[in-house]
Ligand binder design. Structure first.
Ligand SMILES: Cc1cc2nc3c(=O)[nH]c(=O)nc-3n(C[C@H](O)[C@H](O)[C@H](O)COP(=O)(O)O)c2cc1C
Length: 347
């Protein structure tokens, strides 16, 4: 449960900043303070801090170990795993853009058997809780993966709803409330661990999809995946990406992601994993204030594979300086500000 805000709506400790006295405390007491400041709760899952990798941007964390001590992250999220290997999209797959990147990887991965045998044990050995992101072309794919990964004892699942439903006429799960609800209900029936629904921003009203995921029994929402974009090589008269369009990520999408997290916070009671353009602790804290219970860092890890661990450290210092905690900050915007929904005036 969230700590209640003050009567003024300002998170309790932000209203009366305190000094950072605990730097002088003995080690064990300091560890206790760190735990209290950064701890967050995602339904039944308690995380030591709210910072985790975004699916597909940090592999399984294995290469990242060379750059930083990853044991202090809140969680590790895998790249999307499918039932059988997927070969992904033709090159070119990545383009740098102003303040971000476009990718069209196409969910390339070696499939569930390989992941369970080779990747998962190594990923677990890193230390933080492991969230496995699953994808598929039918609800049955999601169900099969949910059963297998639950049995393998992963800490949680994240369902990548931005997959085409082949049986449903190649409509993306994430753009259709009914398909979202059905997929989440079936996954929940099969899973024995918490399940997060990862939503696409490429919809008119993300709250409709979030409510559908909640109705289907999701334990939480991840918002957002990439925004569809395109890059053009006009000299050659063709698109730069092999599949013409791709997903835009990075700081360019941060204001959109923040707005969507805020709207989803108004719409559902579930824990939210905020994602999109987070590159610093300041960014991450904005997502928490907008209503996220934890954050995922994606594109920023390409620039600096140690960025996530730095965000954890910086976040602790910023919160201590402000005299508040993650749990007190979560949703502060809703408590203090007017929260226009779809009726917000367009500039
Ligand atoms: C190269 C790349 C690969 C990605 N692969 C996946 C994926 O396999 N599954 C998924 O759910 N999201 C995937 N994403 C989306 C990210 O997890 C994240 O939602 C998005 O990039 C926004 O966060 P960011 O701006 O911090 O990168 C990918 C993003 C990038 C840039």
């Amino acid at each position: 449960m969230r700590d209640p805000p003050t009567a003024s709506g300002i998170p309790r400790v932000l209203a009366s900043p305190v000094e950072r006295k605990h730097d002088k405390l003995p080690l064990l007491a300091r560890l206790g303070v760190c735990w209290t400041v950064l701890r967050t709760q995602l339904g039944p899952l308690t995380l030591a801090n709210p910072v985790m990798s975004a699916s597909g941007t940090f592999g399984a964390g294995l290469e990242g170990r060379a750059f930083a001590d990853l044991s202090g992250l809140g969680a590790l999220v895998s790249k999307t795993v499918t039932v059988v290997p997927w070969h992904g999209n033709p090159p070119q797959r990545i383009v740098e853009t102003p303040a971000g990147m476009l990718n069209s990887i196409g969910l390339e991965n070696r499939g569930a058997d390989y992941f369970l045998r080779e990747t998962l044990p190594a990923m677990r050995a890193i230390g933080p809780p492991v969230i496995v992101n699953i994808g598929g072309e039918s609800v049955d794919d999601f169900v099969a993966l949910a059963e297998r990964f639950s049995a393998a004892g992963v800490d949680a699942l994240e369902v990548n709803l931005s997959c085409p439903n082949v049986q449903g006429g190649r409509l993306l799960f994430s753009t259709d409330p009914k398909m979202t609800e059905v997929a989440m209900r079936r996954v929940k029936e099969a899973a024995t661990v918490p399940v997060f629904a990862k939503l696409s921003p490429n919809v008119t009203d993300i709250t409709e999809i979030a409510r559908a995921a909640e109705a289907g029994g999701a334990d939480g929402i991840t918002a957002i995946n990439t925004l569809i974009g395109m890059a053009v090589d006009w000299r050659r008269g063709r698109a730069v990406l092999g599949r013409t369009i791709g997903g835009l990520s990075g700081p360019a999408i941060r204001p959109v992601a923040l707005r969507m997290v805020h709207q989803v916070r108004q719409a559902v009671r579930l824990p939210i994993l905020g994602c999109g353009g987070i590159a610093s602790a300041e960014d991450a804290l904005q997502f928490l204030a907008a209503g996220a219970d934890a954050v995922q860092v994606g594109t920023a890890s390409f620039v600096d594979p140690a960025r996530m661990t730095r965000i954890v450290d910086d976040m602790r210092h910023l919160l201590e300086d402000a005299g508040t905690t993650v749990r007190q900050l979560i949703g502060a915007v809703s408590a203090t500000g007017r929260t226009p929904g779809r009726e917000a005036p367009q500039p």
